[in-house]
Design a protein around this ligand. Structure first.
Ligand code: S3P
Length: 735
């Protein structure tokens, strides 16, 4: 509870702040100050304030908080007046949309920044203005940025923070300079361009006529040129330096576009437009997610899986994740244009795609799984403009690290909280042996900073663990390393890199468990057809096996022998899976998988099958829970360092659902039995969320699965396909 709040300047922002806090009951008294008598009268009549004062000194006497909501260019004069008054212990704050100049004005007026002055900026507004437009809800779900300085009093900051939160705002703290740069780029520059474009066209009288034909593009781009000219004039004068910096950068980019048009350089134009389009889509998603997060007050996406069901039909699950990643990488490094079909439009593969766009590769699509990559050759990548964000995707980070270690420029690879916990020394250490210079966070975790300009030397390396990612990383580095790079694996792992390199005309020699490449070759663009992902098909193989009366066909699934462990394991358990229409497409074997429900029995899973089914264990554990008897898995410690600790996380969930199981350091023991309902957690791991969705087919009560958003990393249409074949899982409706 605070005593007296004084709001100086009763426009839209000041009025809304006053009204909202008055309605909250948090202040004993809200006093308004404004030079305009009509605004003062209206403010009282409309209940915006308790009373108004004409005289600043009288108003501020005994104030606890003083909000400065005058136009930004009036701030200097106001601060000078306030500096001459006795403000007692009052906390000062403001709403100016440029902070550097407010801070400077305060420093000048007070002879140093007062500790109890908390600069602020609500990012909210409306096309209406004046005290009559005051709206107590104006700041709800809007960002308010506070820019405290080192000397800012912690209690004052806390108080201002609390006042904005009381109004429903989402408060963030930022440095003054950062605030001004961010706003210059995201708000001030677009307004300058909109005002400038409309004026430039309108002032030539011959153009007035063409406005009659101005359609959506012009209207959308210039909407903000309808904003208050005086206010914007103030903002540009106040945020001069930061605006000039973004404007100069933009002018350079605009000149480059002009030159591209002049030179008829379609490649350059396509590069800019495709990059901009994804950036815009990404931005749209962030905004949508924010609205969603606001509604939920957390970013927990919940799947509700209802018990029972029987599967039927024919479906094609999305494209193979491993092959999709590699198609972008090798297509980018090839000479010529590579067409990809069946590309997985999931967040992981899109992260790889975006990384190469950031490194200057022009990539069209994806559109219905089609991607066109204008390869730049092995030496054509350019430095990304900033850190490369790879989301949840371990494959992107590990494979890219090999490629980037051999470039002439530095790169930084970052990821989401799950990826940021995963071990990267397994790639960084052998790459260092090849001469790479790589820094990581503690214990070899991301971010990875990869220094360019170091010549790599070929390496002969025996992998300490069966990992296709490590193998692929080193083979990719080997494309650039002096001499020969040879990798031997302790057990067979997926060989898509080897196959695809050959598909691009690059020679790879494979001798048993050893694969080698030599540098000096070239990749030649090719056509890639990505088969459906057996790892995604696995959920439906188990689902149709455990749900009585089911019969399902999964079309065009990749059955590369380094990936079919899940079929072998399920068959050992008694599953009825037939491979039909076997064929080879673009160097990878595919088939339609015909699966019928069957009585499963528990088994000891042969250890040699573990790397061949490495991603399928979460759903195989569900099969084991439905089987008769005990299933034992050993030699699978790698599962503990996947997108989550899959042994622990599955054990926790299964126990919650009443399934008897016991995790071991390198596996799990599961006793088949009845599955119950309950609340389980996906832990941000796509395959955990999908596995528990499948478990519902044999559950006797609903299963609620938390933290399912990452299903979109590998299987964006999972829920739709579930609905199509008869699994009763859906995103829980938000209240
Ligand atoms: C992958 C290899 C496997 C797998 C991952 C994809 C690949 O990882 O789990 O989902 O595309 O090379 P490891 O190589 O770490 O076992």
């Amino acid at each position: 509870m605070i005593g007296r709040l004084v709001v100086i300047g009763l426009g839209l922002i000041g009025g809304s702040f006053a009204k909202g806090l008055r309605e909250s009951g948090l202040c004993r008294e809200v006093v308004g100050v404004d030079l305009d008598p009509q605004s003062r009268q209206l403010a009282v009549e409309l209940g915006v304030v308790d009373r108004c004062e004409e005289d600043l000194v009288l108003a501020c006497q005994g104030a606890d908080v003083i909000q400065l909501a005058v136009p930004i260019l009036a701030m200097e004069k106001l601060l000078a007046l306030l500096a001459g008054m006795d403000l007692g212990q009052a906390v000062l704050t403001d709403v100016g949309s440029a902070k550097g100049n407010v801070v400077r004005a305060a420093q000048e007026a007070f002879g140093g920044m007062p500790a109890r002055f908390v600069p602020g900026h609500p990012i909210a507004g409306s096309e209406q203005s004046g005290v009559e437009a005051s709206n107590a809800q104006l700041f709800r779900r809007h960002k308010v940025i506070l820019t405290p300085l080192e000397q800012t009093d912690a209690a004052a900051l806390d108080l201002v923070d609390r006042l904005w939160r009381e109004l429903g705002a989402d408060v963030e703290h930022m440095q003054v300079e950062r605030h001004d740069e961010v706003l210059a780029a995201t708000s001030h520059l677009p307004h300058l361009l909109a005002f400038g474009l409309v004026d430039s066209l309108a002032k030539r009288s011959e153009n007035l006529d063409i406005f009659r034909y101005a359609a959506g593009g012009f209207r959308d781009f210039t909407r903000i040129a309808g904003s208050d000219p005086v206010m914007w004039h103030d903002i540009f004068l106040a945020n001069r330096e930061a605006v000039l910096r973004t404007l100069d950068t933009f002018r350079n980019d605009l000149d480059a576009l002009r030159d591209a048009v002049d030179a008829g350089d379609g490649h350059q134009l396509l590069g800019v437009f495709t990059r901009a389009r994804v950036a815009r889509e990404h931005f749209g998603k962030i905004l949508a997610r924010r609205a969603y997060v606001d509604a939920m007050n957390s970013n927990d996406l919940i799947f509700l899986a209802n018990p029972g069901g029987r599967l039927s039909g024919r479906i094609r699950v999305p494209g193979d994740k491993s092959i999709s990643h590699r198609s972008i990488m090798l297509g980018s490094l090839a000479e010529g244009t590579t067409e990809v079909e069946g590309f997985l439009e999931g967040e992981d593969a899109l992260a790889t795609l975006q990384a190469f766009r950031d490194m200057g590769v022009v990539i069209e699509g994806p559109h219905h799984g089609r991607v066109t990559i204008h390869g730049v050759g092995l030496h054509g990548l350019k430095p990304a403009p900033g850190p490369i964000y790879l989301g949840n995707s371990g494959t992107s980070m590990r494979l890219l690290s090999g490629l980037l270690a051999a470039q002439s420029f530095d790169s930084t690879l970052t990821g989401d909280p799950s990826l940021s916990k995963r071990p990267m020394n397994r790639v960084a250490n052998p790459l260092r042996e090849m001469g790479a210079v790589i820094e990581t966070a503690a214990e070899g975790r991301p971010p990875m900073v990869i220094r360019g300009g170091h010549r790599l030397k070929g390496l002969t390396y025996t992998l300490p663990m069966a990992s296709a990612q490590v193998k692929s990383c080193l083979l990719l580095a080997g494309l650039y390393a002096e001499g020969k790079t040879t990798v031997t694996e302790p057990a067979p792992t997926r060989d898509h890199t080897e196959r695809m390199l050959r598909g691009f005309g690059y020679s790879v020699s494979v001798d048993g468990a050893t694969a080698s490449v030599e540098s000096g070759g070239k990749l030649k663009a090719t056509h890639i057809e990505v088969p459906a992902d057996i790892s995604s098909a696995a959920f439906f193989l188990v689902a149709a096996s455990i749900a009585e009366g089911s019969e399902l066909v999964l079309e065009h699934v990749g059955i590369n022998p380094t990936r079919t462990g899940v079929i072998d394991i399920l068959r050992l358990m008694g599953a009825d899976i037939r491979l039909e229409n076997q064929r080879e497409v673009g160097g990878e074997p595919v088939a339609d998988l015909h699966v019928r429900a069957a009585k499963l029995k528990g088994i000891e899973i042969p250890e040699e099958l573990v790397p061949l089914a490495i991603d399928e264990f979460p759903v195989l554990f569900v099969a084991a829970a439905c089987a008769e008897g005990r299933t034992v898995l050993r030699g699978a410690e790698e599962l503990r360092v996947k997108e989550s600790d899959r042994i622990q996380v599955m054990a926790d969930g299964l126990l919650t659902l009443g399934v008897k199981c016991e995790p071991t350091p390198d596996g799990i023991i599961i006793e088949g039995g009845q599955i119950g309902g309950g609340e389980v957690h996906g832990h941000g791991d796509h395959r955990i969320a999908m596995a528990f969705s499948v478990a519902s087919l044999r559950a006797n009560a609903p299963i609620r699965i938390h933290d399912c958003a990452n299903v979109a990393t590998s299987f964006p249409n999972f829920l739709a396909l579930c609905a199509q074949v008869g699994i009763r899982v859906a995103q829980e409706a938000q209240s």
